[in-house]
Design a protein around this ligand. Structure first.
Ligand code: NDP
Ligand code: GDP
Length: 326
């Protein structure tokens, strides 16, 4: 049985990746940071019905000794570093924490792998936010980066340290430059989930309005379930590399709102308001990924469309709120 260690296992991608690896016959271990609210930890794993199938090991990305202990215990063939302070907006309010967790945390993991199990394959969760103020209309692995938030700057450090360890030490270290990906398990603060949750509350009469930030930004949105498959595929290759994972279609926040409200028979123009609280100090206006390399080398293609995903998310949020009303 191959063994995998996942940091960020309690997050959206950690949950879907665990599900995929379990289906493939892996023994799955996750690094779990201590919380006073232990009962809500693992909510996403519970949603997928796999909470008892994965094994948790206490640890924190900012404490390299805990990562070393976890690696010594698990002796994994594959390590997926998905843990991060992952919300762009928060990275202006907690910029140094974002640097510690998202940049140095990733360095801690890859250095711990080098020290304890250098033959293990390593995946780094890089982000399209690194393209920021875009330098090419369609962003690929060769597009120059221009980060626009402390989060993106931290991700860039983690990306380059991954490339550097591959080139310096010959490690099987790959970086997946994933464009935005969503699902019913997406954090509530991210725009798609905020909107599908808002749609559900408005539909059920729990709210009337949905205050939003910049509606003109566009994103290349895919489904997390499709994207974790690309992570796994990267670690199955003979040689490590970097890959853009995207759909090749970009849609505005406004259009995404239209689709989400329409999925519940509503018109977004009757409910969406603009609120400066949700505007950002620096914006990433457009993201559009070119997944040609992932398709050619990994045989990867997204299967779920934006419309299908948003409909699934609206349904899930309606079900969540209905359950709470009972
Ligand atoms: P989430 O925010 O849902 O999950 C983040 C995970 O990191 C959680 O499990 C969280 O644990 C964990 N974490 C945070 N801080 C620490 C810490 N100090 N020590 C250990 N674990 C910690 O993110 P996603 O699942 O959406 O994304 C996975 C990764 O992919 C992230 O690195 C993200 O930045 C990156 N990414 C995501 C994209 C997306 O669109 N989803 C796009 C591109 C990259 P806890 O539950 O305790 O908070
Ligand atoms: P990001 O691409 O990682 O920052 O993912 P988000 O889902 O947080 O944001 C995507 C885009 O939606 C950004 O351009 C935001 O400025 C925009 N946006 C507009 N209104 C909102 C809002 O109310 N919340 C969030 N999170 N984003 C918003």
């Amino acid at each position: 049985m191959p063994r995998a260690l996942i940091t960020g296992i309690t997050g959206q991608d950690g949950a879907y990746l665990s599900q995929l690896l379990l289906e493939k016959g892996y023994e799955v271990f996750g690094l779990l940071r201590r919380s006073a609210s232990a009962e809500v930890m693992g909510e996403r794993l519970r949603w997928l019905g796999i909470q008892d199938a994965v094994r948790m090991i206490d640890g924190d990305l900012m404490d390299m000794s805990s990562i070393i202990r976890a690696l010594q215990q698990v002796k994994p063939e594959e390590v997926y570093n998905l843990g991060a302070q992952s919300f762009v907006r928060t990275s202006w309010d907690q910029p140094l924490l974002t640097g510690h967790v998202t940049a140095i945390g990733a360095h801690n993991v890859i250095e711990a792998v080098r020290l304890t199990c250098p033959g293990a394959r390593f995946y780094q969760a890089s982000s399209s936010e690194m393209f920021g103020k875009i330098q090419e209309e369609m962003q690929s692995e060769t597009t120059p980066f221009y980060p626009r938030s402390p989060y993106a700057v931290a991700k860039l450090y983690a990306h380059w340290i991954t490339v550097n360890y591959r080139e310096s030490f010959g490690m099987h270290a790959s970086s997946g430059i994933l464009f935005n990906h969503e699902s019913p398990l997406r954090g509530i603060e991210f725009v798609t989930r905020k909107v599908t949750d808002g749609v559900a509350r408005i539909k059920l009469g729990l709210a009337k309005e949905l205050p939003m930030g910049n509606l003109e930004a566009t994103r290349d949105w895919g489904h997390a379930k499709d994207y974790v498959r690309a992570m796994w595929l990267m670690l199955q290759q003979d040689t490590p590399d970097d890959y853009v994972v995207a759909t090749g279609r970009t849609v505005s926040v406004r259009e995404m709102c239209r689709v989400a409200f329409a999925a519940a028979g509503l018109d977004y123009r009757d409910h969406v308001t603009q609120d400066p609280r949700f505007m950002r100090p620096a914006e990433v206006d457009v993201l559009l990924g070119d997944p040609a390399k992932a398709k050619a080398k990994l045989g990867w293609e997204p299967k779920i469309t934006l419309e299908e995903m948003i409909a699934e998310m609206v349904e899930a949020d309606l079900a969540r709120h209905r359950a709470r009303l009972l």
